[in-house]
Design a protein around this ligand. Structure first.
Ligand SMILES: *[C@@H]1O[C@H](CO)[C@@H](O)[C@H](O)[C@H]1NC(C)=O
Ligand SMILES: *[C@@H]1O[C@H](CO)[C@@H](O)[C@H](O)[C@H]1NC(C)=O
Ligand SMILES: *[C@@H]1O[C@H](CO)[C@@H](O)[C@H](O)[C@H]1NC(C)=O
Length: 228
C-alpha cells in the first residue's frame, strides 16, 4: 500500500517535470521553475523585458546568430577594451540555476567597433542576453535585459523609465524586415503581461517597469550568401 502511494506520488510529480521539457515553445515562465524574470545585478535585478522566441529560426538563437540579428537592428558588440559594467546573471528556471549573461551589447551608432565606442560616450541602448536551455525548460529562447542608459560620464546609470524606453526603442527598430551580413529577417512582436510584475520592487536603481515583456519571433527569410 505504502509503495503504491509512493508510485502514485511519482506519477503525480513526474508529468509536471516532463511537461517543462517540451521543445518547440516560445519560452517557459522562469518563475515556474524557481527562476525570475529579473536578472541578478549589483543593486537588485534588471527586467528581462524582451524575449526572442524559441520558435524563431534555430540559426537566430545561436551566439553568432543573435549577434548578427542585433546588428541588423542597430546593435554591436561592446567597445573593445572598454567593457562597461559587470556581467550579470539570471535564473531562467530551466534547471541550470544562476547563469552568466551570454553577451552584452550596446547600440551601434556607426558601422564599426568605433560606433560602439562612440555610443559608450554619449549613452544609448544596452542589452544583455541570457539563454533558456537548461534540462527542465529547454525552449532555446533568448531573454534580453534591455535598458536605456545615461552617458558614460554619468557612470552608465539607467535613464528615468529606462527599462520601458529601452524595450520600446529596440522593438520599434526590430519589427518588420531587417537584414545584416546577407541574412534577412522577418520580425513579429507581441506583448505579454502576467510574466513580470509592474513596479520598482527589487529593481536596479529603483526604476519602475510597466510589467510588459515583448516577445519577438524572428524568422530568417533569405540569405544571399554574400558574407556572414
Ligand atoms: C542574486 O543571487 C543571489 C544568490 O547567488 C541571491 O541571494 C540574491 O537574492 C540574488 N539577487 C537578486 C537581485 O536576484
Ligand atoms: C560569472 O562571471 C563571473 C565574473 O566573470 C565569474 O566569476 C563566475 O564564475 C561566472 N559564473 C558562472 C556560473 O559562470
Ligand atoms: C507593447 O507595449 C508598449 C508599451 O505599452 C507599446 O508601446 C507597444 O506598441 C506594444 N507593442 C505591441 C506589439 O503591442
Amino acid at each position: 500500500m505504502y509503495s503504491i502511494a509512493l508510485a502514485l506520488a511519482g506519477l503525480f510529480f513526474r508529468p509536471a517535470a516532463t511537461a517543462l521539457q517540451k521543445r518547440a515553445a516560445d519560452f517557459f515562465d522562469p518563475a515556474l521553475g524557481g527562476g525570475s524574470i529579473f536578472d541578478n545585478a549589483t543593486f537588485g535585478g534588471e527586467p528581462m523585458n524582451v524575449i526572442i522566441s524559441g520558435l524563431s529560426s534555430p540559426d537566430v538563437l545561436t551566439d553568432d546568430g543573435v549577434l548578427n540579428f542585433v546588428r541588423a537592428i542597430g546593435f554591436s558588440t561592446e567597445c573593445l577594451g572598454l567593457h562597461l559594467g559587470n556581467p550579470q546573471s539570471a535564473n531562467l528556471g530551466d534547471g541550470d540555476g544562476l547563469v552568466n549573461q551570454t553577451i552584452g551589447l550596446r547600440e551601434d551608432f556607426g558601422s564599426s567597433a568605433l560606433g560602439t565606442c562612440l555610443e559608450s560616450a554619449i549613452g544609448g541602448n544596452h542589452l544583455r542576453v541570457f539563454r533558456q536551455n537548461g534540462p527542465q525548460a529547454d525552449s532555446g529562447a533568448l531573454f534580453l535585459a534591455v535598458s536605456k542608459e545615461q552617458p558614460a560620464s554619468k557612470h552608465h546609470d539607467i535613464v528615468p523609465d529606462g527599462y520601458n524606453v529601452g524595450r520600446d526603442d529596440l522593438v520599434s527598430r526590430a519589427v518588420g524586415t531587417k537584414g545584416f551580413g546577407g541574412i534577412f529577417y522577418d520580425i513579429q512582436a507581441r506583448n505579454i503581461t502576467g510574466l513580470m510584475p509592474a513596479g520598482s520592487d527589487g529593481i536596479n536603481h529603483g526604476i519602475g517597469v510597466d510589467g510588459i515583456v515583448t516577445l519577438l519571433t524572428v524568422t530568417i527569410q533569405s540569405t544571399d550568401g554574400a558574407s556572414s
